[in-house]
Design a protein around this ligand. Structure first.
Ligand SMILES: Nc1ncnc2c1ncn2[C@@H]1O[C@H](COP(=O)(O)OP(=O)(O)OP(=O)(O)O)[C@@H](O)[C@H]1O
Ligand SMILES: O=C(O)C[C@H](Cc1nc2cc(Cl)cc(Cl)c2[nH]1)c1ccc(Cl)cc1
Ligand SMILES: O=C(O)C[C@H](Cc1nc2cc(Cl)cc(Cl)c2[nH]1)c1ccc(Cl)cc1
Length: 324
């Protein structure tokens, strides 16, 4: 406790909880260091709670996983790997849901994550129908920054879609990777020459198939370029309000993807159309950015006229354009 300054007038200890935070955080957290609030989501592993760190007042999303369930589902490997991935992302100053700390008690594992106060990106696209060009440029640029960082670490997301793009309090992008609710074991994807971190993938056909690239559908061999395809689908969706490959069921969606069967609606911005057309290319090696040198970001995508005027280096300091 700070030494009492005797010369100052005696004031009653504050009753304002905001001033009661010591900001001294414990070396190892326990559940008692948090005030658990409402449930913000039910996952396949456990429950995600809104929680407040009693030392800092900071809000977090805490993913609480039941150990017995993880063991029963034989998913300790997956959970351990997701923890590794999240730890690798800890260096990212932006763009990702971050893992602040982990701890356990007798029955549960606790992942203390950044809290995406404004939820998923998708409802914002649905609410306004489609983004104006300023919003599309800003949010595509923030997602691109995330992909550059992720691919720079040799990590491929493999399941990039609007549901995995969350928004923080200031409406900046926080990429995460919610596993699919049913996680079916899938043969280990072979490590390709430059991929250092193979993430065990759940059966990616569960959940939304609309953003899957042709190569994931056919030979399951994902590469960084698979994320560029998904990136193209998301840009299309921000402009058109709907994903490019739509059909009544997954099988028909797969057909359309493999035949590159999509239309660009009237009124679709020419610049965005040009960028989308260069990302939605069946041959992964021919997608814009696929030839860029690994680990040096995507200069050829940044250079596309669509991103004219975007300052990529200061995105996270900029105020996101209003979505209306
Ligand atoms: N960091 C977060 N901030 C805000 N909301 C979150 C956060 N993490 C999860 N949620 C919410 O909780 C819901 C469930 O999260 P969870 O990650 O468990 O989903 P899941 O798809 O079952 O993933 P997994 O299979 O890996 O558990 C999400 O759909 C999301 O709405
Ligand atoms: O303290 C650490 O970091 C290491 C432990 C390791 C660990 N203990 C486990 C117990 C079970 Cl039942 C399952 C997994 Cl995946 C487990 N992983 C741990 C604790 C909490 C969390 Cl969220 C992850 C891993
Ligand atoms: O918040 C979630 O549900 C996702 C996280 C894991 C997670 N995997 C990721 C992979 C990538 Cl590439 C990026 C982020 Cl931010 C990622 N986050 C997670 C944490 C714990 C467990 Cl048990 C499963 C998944």
């Amino acid at each position: 406790v700070a030494p009492q300054n005797t010369s100052a007038p005696r004031v009653p200890p504050t009753t304002n909880p905001a001033l009661a935070y010591t900001n001294r955080t414990p070396a190892k957290y326990t559940p008692k260091d948090f005030i658990f609030g409402k449930v913000i989501g039910e996952g396949s592993f456990g429950t995600v709670y809104l929680a407040k760190d009693i030392h800092t007042g900071k809000e977090h999303a805490i993913k609480v996983c039941d150990k017995r369930h993880i063991i029963k589902e034989k998913k300790t490997e997956y959970v351990t790997r997701e923890k590794e991935v999240l730890n690798m992302l800890a260096g990212a100053k932006h763009s990702f849901v971050r893992l602040y700390c982990t701890f356990q008690d007798i029955d549960r594992l606790y992942f203390v994550l950044s809290y995406a106060k404004n939820g998923e990106l998708l409802p914002y696209i649905n609410k306004v129908g489609s983004f104006d060009i300023e919003c599309t440029k800003f949010y595509s640029a923030e997602i691109l920054r995330g992909l550059e960082y992720l691919h720079g670490l040799g990590i491929i997301h493999r399941d990039l879609k609007p549901e995995n793009i969350l928004l923080d309090e200031k409406m900046h992008v926080l990429i995460t990777d919610f596993g699919c609710t049913k996680i079916l074991k899938e043969p280990e994807v072979p490590l390709n020459e430059n991929e250092t971190h193979v993430r065990e993938r759940k059966n990616s056909f569960v959940g939304t198939a609309q953003y899957l690239s042709p190569e994931i559908l056919t030979d399951r061999n994902a590469s960084r370029s698979s994320d560029l395809w998904a990136f193209g689908c998301i840009i299309y969706q921000m402009v058109a309000g709907l994903p490019p490959f739509r059909a009544r069921n997954d099988y028909m969606i797969f057909q359309k993807i493999q035949k590159l069967d999509y239309e660009v609606p009237d009124g679709f911005s020419e610049m965005a159309k040009s960028l989308v057309e260069q990302l939605l290319v069946l041959d992964p090696t021919q997608r814009l950015g696929a030839q860029d040198e690994h680990g040096a970001g995507y200069p050829s995508i940044r250079a596309h006229p669509f991103f004219e005027g975007v300052d990529f280096e200061t995105l996270h300091e900029q105020t996101p354009p209003p979505i209306y």
